[in-house]
Design a protein around this ligand. Structure first.
Ligand code: ATP
Ligand code: MG
Length: 411
């Protein structure tokens, strides 16, 4: 059994945009043991689309299409599928209500044209779209299963994961499955992490365990291959448990979870608020925190105090302290963290100072040296690290080092 992926859009055939949907879908299908035999890209043209869908449903047991579900004249997928099946387009009342609701909830009036997105070939089923207006289309044609999804990658990803893949598995498509589990850690170097897991990371271990590093975050990937998802999960579970037990508080999340997610969860759970005082990270800590929905519940605000004067003037860091210890030092990081905590009336204050480079380093204070501080009512903690990296890398790692202090704070 083989699958075909159809990518629809003149912006693709013209070379204006690259078809990345087919690549992504092929990778997802490989994970569940479905082999892709064909990638077809077609312009927004009715006859060409009809021809492509007829050919695909003749040769492939599964046809996944993306694009052409929009409300405009050049969005032809629903009409093409109806013509191929020899049926009418019928209005699906629930889908129309949902599309209208999407607009109302944004205080907008639904353009008349959007109602076409609630039309489906008779006999087809809508696939919910959690991220946009256009539902997908699920239908059978001859011996083929067809799923048509939106072209916008983020909408397509969500629809595939939430609805299409479960339907493929339920339909018994696919052979050997391949499932990955990603476990994210912070607080130790790659070799220190691996040293605790040597028996798992050796070649030939089942399931496979690999290590990757990005922005000082170390990720372990467990890769299991088995006949069914349940069997693959059964391979993964004990290995994940061992990893968590051995790495302890280094582990902060799984899959796409970043340190800021772990911080958000921690602050929410402990009912704590946070303020920031940033030097070297220039607002990146604040940016990462506010990327989390609901940050206003626990993030009070912060200051970027970049020049020495600004640290003195706005964060009341004493001149004498800077003179005695230097700007890039534990006492200064601590003073900044405490000042922002008090000024913003937060439970915790977190700070960063350091030298992002490429200039400004010296032998005892090299480029890449960073101090971060955490302050709470009754105490403070600082941490230092020195990385070799570009300016951007130093800033991004420093921000993560600071977030990690917050994550590990125990009230
Ligand atoms: P929808 O069904 O969601 O309305 P559409 O094809 O009607 O999709 P377009 O306006 O054509 O919507 O495309 C929306 C965006 O998605 C565009 O930026 C387009 O480049 C992108 N896109 C469409 N198909 C692909 C693809 N195969 N790979 C990557 N990007 C794509
Ligand atoms: Mg299109």
């Amino acid at each position: 059994m083989k699958a075909e992926i159809i990518s629809i859009g003149s912006e693709l055939t013209s070379g204006q945009n690259l078809d990345t949907n087919a690549q992504w879908l092929s990778q997802r299908l490989a994970e569940i043991g479905i082999v892709v035999g064909w990638h077809t890209t077609v312009a927004d043209d009715f006859e060409a689309n009809l021809d492509v869908f007829q050919t695909a449903t003749r040769r492939a047991a599964l046809v996944l299409a993306t694009g052409g579900l929009g409300p405009t004249q050049d969005d032809l997928t629903r009409e093409v599928l109806a013509r191929m099946a020899g049926v009418e387009l019928v209005l699906h009342a629930d889908s129309l209500a949902r599309i209208q609701e999407m607009f109302t909830s944004r205080r907008r009036v639904m353009p008349e044209r959007n109602s076409v997105q609630a039309l489906f070939p008779a006999g087809a089923e809508p696939i919910p779209n959690p991220r946009g207006t256009a539902p997908g289309i699920w239908m059978k044609h001859g011996a083929s299963l067809v799923a048509a999804m939106p072209g916008v990658p983020s909408e397509m990803f969500a629809m595939y994961r939430d609805s299409v893949q479960p339907r493929l598995l339920a339909a018994g498509l696919g052979g050997a499955v391949q499932i990955q589990r990603k476990i994210n850690c912070f607080g130790a170097g790659e070799s220190a992490v691996e040293a605790k897991l040597l028996d798992l990371t050796r070649r030939g271990h089942v399931p496979e365990v690999g290590i990757t590093v990005s922005d000082a975050v170390i990720s372990l990937r467990i890769l299991a291959r088995a006949a069914t998802p349940a069997e693959a999960q059964a391979q993964i579970a004990p290995v994940e448990a061992t990893i968590r037990e051995r790495l302890g508080e280094w582990v902060f999340g799984v899959e796409q979870e970043e340190l800021e997610h772990a911080v958000a969860q921690h602050l929410e759970k402990e009912h704590l608020t946070l303020a920031t005082a940033e030097g070297v990270t220039g607002g990146l800590i604040a940016r990462l925190l506010t990327s989390i929905p609901g940050a206003s519940g626990w993030y009070k605000g912060g200051v970027v105090a970049y020049q020495t004067d600004a640290k003195v003037q706005h964060l009341a860091v004493p001149h004498a302290l800077i003179h005695e210890h230097g700007l890039f030092s534990a006492p200064v990081a601590e003073a900044m963290a405490t000042a922002c905590r008090i000024r913003f009336g937060a439970d915790l204050g977190v700070s960063s100072v350091g030298i992002a480079g490429p200039g400004g380093g010296s032998t005892d204070r090299p480029v890449g040296l960073v101090w971060v501080g955490l302050s709470w009512d009754g105490g403070a903690r600082t941490q230092t690290f020195s990385w070799i990296g570009t300016r951007k890398e130093v800033q991004s790692r420093a921000a993560r080092l600071a977030l990690n202090l917050v994550r590990l704070y125990k009230p």
